[in-house]
Ligand binder design. Structure first.
Ligand code: NAD
Length: 329
């Protein structure tokens, strides 16, 4: 069975080749992103394996189905980039990797907290330039501070455990409280209470119609002045232009983004020779209290190995008529 992996990078090739061993799947690695312009590349592939910034809108899915594709094997947990109603109508099965390493993402969120608080990005540049002064580098003790976790599934829980290790107090917001969060000492509160009380807020909920722009001008106005916001969830959880205003006024004191609403055209590519056309991102990158990483929170050896193993297992099981990890519309 032929499998086409869109948006594949050298690390995908390594992890999938290693996980495949001598299994009968013929893996084809395609660096291009899946869009209406590139969908023709999938002609004749029964299985297509997209990543998070591939575009699986109704038109693309129609072209895939017409070209013989029958399975969309997502190599991600999130599936907000797939038109599930269209997939169902076209008879395309969709499977995903519900969990690979929650620690990978949670640890990256914690890395953003630490780097922003202790200004490691500024200190790194400063000492390399022979400047050994400390002005502007004052941080705060994490111990005793209140951390708000929005979305307390696998990743939110792993992040909360790390922050509890620093001696932080935990507030949580999730329509489905997690008993393991309660066991950690977290208190579930309404969203405005979390926003108003937490010094650090980290987003770990999925992107849905309910969570799109959950953080906007109004909710940013509810924060404690100088609060820290971390988003390793999905870019559109946040209304990004509103962040610029909150940073300019000082209402937002620190911002760590691993995801960006308009990332699909930018992330995973080397664009260092080109003028940045995205004015909102360009403005964000001018603030000394902002760190942007290019959707790398998942990128650990353990996570890559688990993504490859589960994706291949999903394909093999689907081919055997015993589908697993199906995404239902
Ligand atoms: P999960 O399903 O285990 O947990 C998600 C939690 O969010 C659930 O407890 C759910 O009840 C909660 N939730 C749903 N709607 C909510 C709402 N309106 N408000 C608050 N909470 C809500 O998922 P997970 O594995 O913890 O992953 C969380 C998200 O992280 C994924 O959906 C994905 O978007 C993102 N993610 C990012 C990366 C990255 O590399 N940056 C990697 C993996 C996952």
């Amino acid at each position: 069975m032929r499998v086409l992996l869109f948006s594949s990078q050298h690390y995908d090739q390594e992890s999938f080749t290693q996980a495949a061993g001598d299994c009968a799947l013929a893996l084809h690695f395609q660096p291009a992103r899946l869009t209406l312009d590139t969908v023709a590349l999938a002609e004749g592939f029964e299985v297509v394996c997209p990543f998070i910034n591939d575009d699986l809108n109704a038109q693309v899915l129609e072209r895939l189905a017409a070209g013989g594709t029958r399975l969309i094997a997502l190599r991600s947990a999130g599936y907000n980039h797939v038109d599930l109603a269209a997939a169902q109508r076209l008879g395309l099965a969709v499977v995903r990797v519900p969990a690979y390493s929650p620690h990978a993402v949670a640890e990256h969120a914690a890395a953003l907290v630490l780097a922003l608080n202790r200004r490691l990005h500024r200190a790194y540049n400063r000492t390399r330039d022979g400047d050994f002064t400390l002005h502007g580098l004052t941080g705060f003790d994490l111990h005793g501070k209140t951390v708000g976790v929005i979305g307390t599934g696998q990743i939110g829980l792993a992040f909360a455990r790390i922050m509890a290790g620093f001696g932080c107090q935990l507030l949580a917001y999730d329509p489905y409280p997690n008993p393991e969060m309660l066991a950690l000492g977290a208190r579930y509160v309404q969203l405005p209470d979390l926003l108003g009380q937490a010094r650090i807020i980290s987003l770990h909920c999925p992107l849905t119609a309910h969570t799109r722009h959950l953080i906007n001008a109004q909710s940013l106005g509810q924060l404690q002045p100088g609060a820290m916001l971390i988003n390793t969830g999905r870019g559109a959880l946040v209304d990004t232009p509103a962040l610029v205003d909150a940073l300019k006024s000082g209402q937002l004191g620190y911002l760590g983004l691993d995801v960006y609403e308009e990332e699909a055209q930018l992330f995973f590519e080397d664009r260092s020779d080109l003028p940045l056309q995205d004015d909102v991102l360009a403005r964000l990158l001018t603030f000394p209290n902002v760190i942007v990483t290019a959707h790398q929170a998942f990128l650990t050896r353990e996570a890559l190995a688990a993504i490859a193993a589960t994706t291949l297992d999903n394909i093999v099981r689907w081919a055997a008529g015993n589908p697993h990890n199906l995404v239902d519309g």
